[in-house]
Design a protein. Structure first.
Length: 122
């Protein structure tokens, strides 16, 4: 059973984000949800990232612009509302994630691709 976000939309998408995600999924032949998660590098602050993943029963889900976003409720409690932007500039192309409760000093500065979980499609 999927849980739906009932308060406010927990994810906001900037201009071009939906199309960029759809293009990425189509290029890879993937029809999965997009997970918002935390990455811990071990040397720096944590950061938010996107990855292709399955939906788990305990996940919070949101369908937006024909895409399904998922987040673990515990992660949501830590980060709050997430805004996803897309940049396509010289030397800087990808997704920028910021949260209403910043997870680190550099929150919103890094650009990343959508990660594909290892062995997800083997």
């Amino acid at each position: 059973m999927k849980r739906r976000w009932k308060i406010n939309p927990i994810v906001k998408l900037g201009p071009g984000v939906s199309q960029a995600i759809r293009s990425f999924l189509a290029d890879k032949g993937i029809q999965q949800s997009i997970r918002i998660d935390l990455y811990f590098s071990g040397c720096c602050d944590s950061s938010l990232y996107l990855c292709v993943d399955t939906i788990f029963e305990t996940d919070l889900t949101l369908e937006l612009d024909g895409l399904t976003f998922v987040i673990n409720p515990e992660i949501y409690q830590v980060v709050g509302e997430v805004t996803i932007s897309y940049v396509d500039e010289m030397g800087r192309k990808g997704f920028v994630l910021t949260s209403s409760k910043p997870v680190g000093e550099w929150d919103g500065f890094g650009v990343s691709d959508i990660k594909i979980q290892p062995n997800l499609y083997v």
